[in-house]
Design a protein around this ligand. Sequence first.
Ligand SMILES: Nc1nc2c(ncn2[C@@H]2O[C@H](COP(=O)(O)OP(=O)(O)OP(=O)(O)O)[C@@H](O)[C@H]2O)c(=O)[nH]1
Length: 213
Amino acid sequence: MAQETTPGTSLEGSHPTYTYKVVLLGSMSVGKSSLAYRYVKNDFREFLPTVGCSFFTYTHNLESATVKFEIWDTAGQEKYQSVCHLYYRNAHAALLVYDIAKKETLKKAKLWLEELEKKFLPDEIVIALVGNKTDLAAEREVTTEEGAEFARTNGLLFMETSAKSNHQVNDIFMAIVQELLRREKEKASAPSPHERSTIDLKEGTPKRRCCWL
Ligand SMILES: Nc1nc2c(ncn2[C@@H]2O[C@H](COP(=O)(O)OP(=O)(O)OP(=O)(O)O)[C@@H](O)[C@H]2O)c(=O)[nH]1
């Protein structure tokens, strides 16, 4: 298992570097490894079994920032479920992957969402719902509207992809990058805890209070 890393931010002038942990979750064989492989290596292999967890890194050199992704690809097999919480601990983003040709895999993605909601506050993690295998259009069991509606009502990013035909794989990872950067900006423009003051009614004088005690 890869060593867990602490995300970091280094501010070099106006070009910061952010490191994020991104996890892929979902049923067995929905294409989690294939999506990671397509994204990082721009390739597709028919056979990419995951034993436990595998690990990829990818660096985005954007105009405004450098964004490093540590992508944790978890195995969908039931026997690994009991240790899965170790994989998504401290994650900044999660892709909940289902197979558009297997309805029950969307149910499993919904269960993953419940699990994440127990462990993270909404602003702690960016979650994307990903309907993979759009190239199997003739076998489709989940409509685009069904996925989109579930994502909309739960505040998730949503995209349908095909790791095989390279459809929207880059786009979903880039949507996650953009959302993470948007949140960084929002955090940076929020008043710093040092700036907040409270009034001590007993003494009648404004006091600075540190908010993370
Ligand atoms: N047609 C099609 N097949 C795909 C696609 N993505 C993955 N597959 C196939 O689906 C099977 C499972 O893919 P994986 O990437 O190993 O799926 P996984 O979710 O990582 O599976 P586990 O590691 O067992 O949890 C393989 O045979 C892949 O070739 C896709 O977009 N289209």
